[in-house]
Design a binder for this molecule. Structure first.
Ligand SMILES: Nc1ncnc2c1ncn2[C@@H]1O[C@H](COP(=O)(O)OP(=O)(O)O)[C@@H](O)[C@H]1O
Ligand SMILES: [Mg+2]
Length: 304
């Protein structure tokens, strides 16, 4: 029997796998597959011969989302599915999830086609406390600013950041800075083929009066034994996601992987920060089982 070919997809910016995923190639070989790595924008790759293709370090999609998505649509066996990538690569999906009753971080949306003036942007920012300005299409903690609302200089900087993004045709999200994240951190629950695998806790990463450095990677993480309550939250969110995706696509679609990021409020509830199904860091070194669980999940799909 020939071994099923599996291609782990990376980007020109990060052609190798995320450093904590290097062990995937061996893990997939051990499971009887024939794994390779390829860069999504490499014109030399024949995707029809690439077998099951799994998007991994493709964070540069945010620079040219349409080009990335048209590539995704051209790949016969891509995971997650191109339709999922289209939906999940723009954080406007948070609006859909909120409509379905999920508690997401309250967000004010600034859209390029509103042609907002500086004054109008100013009037959409909170009047007190810290707030966050971030692009709707972005990943890897890029271009995110945290500002103090009643500090004139910082407010000015926030307006500039927002105007700058809007002038590039990018939608902007404005949120209150969730102080709970400084206390409880952010909890990531990782699912493979719909089953829970592991959880990590991430420390807060935003510093006041600063836009994140584009070279910065994600936060310090520690493995976390998610409580029953947290898995119930994850399950609740996953059910909303599947339900939404079924109505969007008109069919069921099993996610190879999805990561749900929550900010617990310390009082038994949470707000969703994001749901990651494109280039999600899956924290495969966080627990001893994580990498094997992912390799199992991919192999199952390759043998389907
Ligand atoms: N409203 C907020 N309050 C507090 N921290 C925030 C907020 N929004 C973003 N952050 C911080 O910035 C990080 C990146 O934001 P996120 O929305 O997850 O974008 P990305 O897609 O770049 O990961 C979060 O993990 C969190 O630490
Ligand atoms: Mg994030």
């Amino acid at each position: 029997m020939t071994k099923p070919r599996i291609t782990l997809v990376t980007s020109a910016e990060m052609p190798n796998l995320y450093s904590d995923e290097a062990g995937l190639l061996d893990a997939l070989s051990d499971r009887g597959a024939d794994p390779h790595i390829a860069v999504w924008s490499d014109p030399g790759v024949d995707w029809s011969e690439a077998g099951v293709c799994v998007v991994r370090s493709v964070s540069d999609y945010a620079y040219d989302r349409e080009r990335f998505l048209s590539w995704a649509e051209s790949v016969p066996r891509l995971l997650n599915h191109a339709d999922i990538l289209r939906w999940n690569s723009d954080k406007h999906y948070m609006i859909d999830l909120a409509k379905r009753g999920l508690s997401v971080i309250p967000t004010t949306w600034l859209e390029p086609d509103q042609h907002l003036s500086k004054q109008q942007v100013h009037s959409r920012f909170p009047a007190m406390g810290d707030f966050v300005v971030k692009p709707a299409v972005s990943s890897g903690v890029r271009d995110i600013g945290r500002y103090t609302a009643n500090d004139t200089g910082q407010r000015q900087a926030a307006i500039l950041q927002a105007m700058n993004l809007l002038s590039q045709g990018r939608a902007v999200m404005v949120q209150r800075y969730l102080e709970q994240i400084d206390v409880h951190g952010e909890l990531s629950l990782v699912f493979f083929n719909g089953l829970v695998s592991h959880a990590v806790e991430k420390r807060a990463v935003l510093h006041p009066a600063r836009v994140t450095d584009p070279r910065m990677h994600e936060a310090v993480v520690t493995a976390e034994h998610a409580t029953e309550e947290q898995w119930r939250w994850g399950e609740e969110i996953r059910a909303v996601l599947h339900d939404y995706v079924r109505s969007l696509l008109g069919r069921d679609e099993q996610f190879l992987f999805n990561r749900v990021d929550l900010v617990p409020d310390g009082r038994g509830s949470f707000l969703v920060m994001e749901v990651s199904m494109v280039d999600a860091d899956l924290y495969l070194e966080a627990t001893p089982e994580a990498l094997g669980n992912f390799a199992d999940a991919i192999t199952v799909r390759a043998f389907w």
